[in-house]
Design a protein around this ligand. Structure first.
Ligand SMILES: Nc1ncnc2c1ncn2[C@@H]1O[C@H](COP(=O)(O)OP(=O)(O)O)[C@@H](O)[C@H]1O
Ligand SMILES: [Mg+2]
Length: 322
């Protein structure tokens, strides 16, 4: 059952702010994304910095509105919601960011931070509920008395997760939740997230530029390049048998030891140069200036999304029926 559905979603930001008149150039942060997230599943979103992952995450939790396209939550079009209905739906949709230092108020004790989150969610805060939230993320009740700066990075991220849980969400966007943490702490937080997902039947969009982390945590993996999802499919299939040249390039550049252990034997694909600017992205397939397989058609026309298996699609001319 689909819980979140994005249909041909775009988000453009003005590239230059002019004081008078309309901006002429736009950053195509999200550029025609369609994505279905089933209830109780984990979709992993990978892609280089600047590919539009965070923007897509903010759109899916209704923090921002798409420029074009439709987002439905549990069958309800977000654009149709206003006032109380919108705020009720927003509670079901939470987001956890990479850096807890930026998201936790340094002047508030942890207990106050969680009490405030409960209040925002429409619940009268109590010591018991705060303790319960702390316990759910593996923290002792005493943490309620402490300030963020007294906690380690991992503990702060646990508090940020507890705060998201205060609203009893159904869907959580985890935007690089472990990227700022030490490797050993990363694994603990990933396992905590998986435990919580099972316990509360949560649905996740897990954003990371770390391919190994996404391989570990996701049921479905989606690969983003310059605002587009170029390939998506079941994680165990996509990592072993990637189709898109960009996915192949990412996966074949994972550490050899990792690939051997995971049984990844995909051919090496080397891309030329660096990702271009999302302000004036290349015409046709956006990867064509870097892709070793690019043909004349790739330079001219946008590739369609081609279905290659159950829940597995790829946007690439190599696989279009002639
Ligand atoms: N609020 C914003 N205003 C203007 N440009 C933005 C804004 N948010 C993101 N962008 C731009 O959109 C593109 C995608 O950014 P982002 O979604 O943060 O990518 P990622 O999370 O994959 O690194 C980048 O070029 C970024 O500079
Ligand atoms: Mg980001």
């Amino acid at each position: 059952m689909a819980f979140i559905e994005a249909e041909n979603v775009y988000k453009l930001y003005p590239a230059k702010r002019s004081l008078i008149g309309k901006p002429k150039t736009f950053i195509h942060a999200v550029d025609g994304v369609s994505l279905t997230i089933d209830k109780g599943s984990v979709v992993g979103l990978v892609g280089e910095s600047g590919s539009g992952k965070s923007t897509l995450g903010r759109l899916l939790v209704a923090m921002e509105k798409p420029t074009k396209g439709r987002i439905t939550v549990d069958g309800v079009n977000l654009a149709r919601l206003k006032g109380r209905k919108l705020s009720e739906t927003r509670k079901k949709l939470q987001i956890v960011f990479q850096n807890p230092d930026a998201s936790l108020n340094p002047r508030m004790r942890i207990g106050e931070i969680l009490s405030e989150a409960l209040r925002v969610a429409g619940e009268e805060p109590s010591r018991d509920r705060v303790d319960e939230l702390l316990a759910s993320v593996g923290l002792q009740p005493g943490v309620a008395e402490q300030y963020p700066h007294q906690l380690s990075g991992g503990m702060k991220q646990r508090v940020a997760i507890a705060r998201a849980l205060a609203a009893k969400p159904e869907f959580i966007v985890l935007d690089e939740p472990t990227s700022a943490l030490d490797v050993s702490v990363q694994a603990q937080i990933l396992n905590l997230l998986l435990d919580l997902q099972e316990k509360y039947n949560l649905t996740y969009l897990f954003i990371s530029h770390n391919l190994a982390v996404v391989h570990y945590i996701s049921d479905i993996t989606a690969v983003m390049y310059l605002g587009e999802i170029v390939e998506q499919g079941p994680a165990h299939i996509l990592y072993k048998n990637p189709w898109h040249p960009y996915t192949k390039a990412l996966i074949s550049s994972m550490p050899l030891l990792y690939r051997v252990k995971a049984g990844i034997t995909t051919e090496k694909v080397e891309l030329k140069g660096e990702p271009p600017s999302p302000i004036n992205p290349p015409k046709g397939c956006k990867l064509h200036p870097r892709c070793p397989y690019a043909t004349e058609k790739c330079r001219r026309e946008k590739p369609p999304e081609i279905r290659i298996g159950k829940n597995h699609t790829v946007k690439c001319w190599l696989y279009a029926k002639k």
